[in-house]
Design a protein around this ligand. Sequence first.
Ligand SMILES: [Zn+2]
Length: 231
Amino acid sequence: MNIFKSLNEIIFPERCIGCGILGVALCMQCRKSWSHSRYLTQIAHSNTPVLTVISSVPYSDISQKILLAAKESHIKSADQFVSQAITNSIQSALNFAPCDYLVPIPSRKSAARKRGRQFIEEMTAAASELFSIPILNPLTHVRQVRDQSGLDSKARWNNLEGSLVADTKLVFSGKALLVDDLVTTGATLHEAARALRYAGIEVSGAVTAAVALTSKIPQVLRRDVSNRWTK
Ligand SMILES: [Zn+2]
């Protein structure tokens, strides 16, 4: 351990992201809320093909803090937790849905500028390297949408409809696997899959780090979280 790292730890001691206890990035208790499993969510909307989403951890107060610590605060250990969960989900997804490239959900330009990075793309980099599957970025936001946080499930779906487009010049032939940090109503992933399919790109499925198991969902969304896979 070098002197600068030691000094840094004295001035800014490491705290559990979940509960704030000193000395660890994530304490044993909070780690229980971020232990990897495999969750299957199926999103069906109107007449579009079902989109299968694989996730690794359930959304909770603790996982919300970890996602925010990574996304908004650049906490390195939180980045690693999110990246590992995404890697785990991709590994699970590859068992049933082979893909040729990974497509991260892009942040809006203003958010990416504020954060200094495309968050999901960075969180996908480790898996891309591990499984030798390239990351491609054909998706672009084409219009303003309202802040999703204040909207109910149905309004979220309407809000996002037609908000993404896919540029086919930025992909090669093969199947895309979508990547995001969290699936709640499924509206974002559905919109991304719609945009890719509209551009003629085949979508094998989607993965997220976390899944909200208790979120209110519109009737058009069919989800099957009861199908928790056994290891
Ligand atoms: Zn803790």
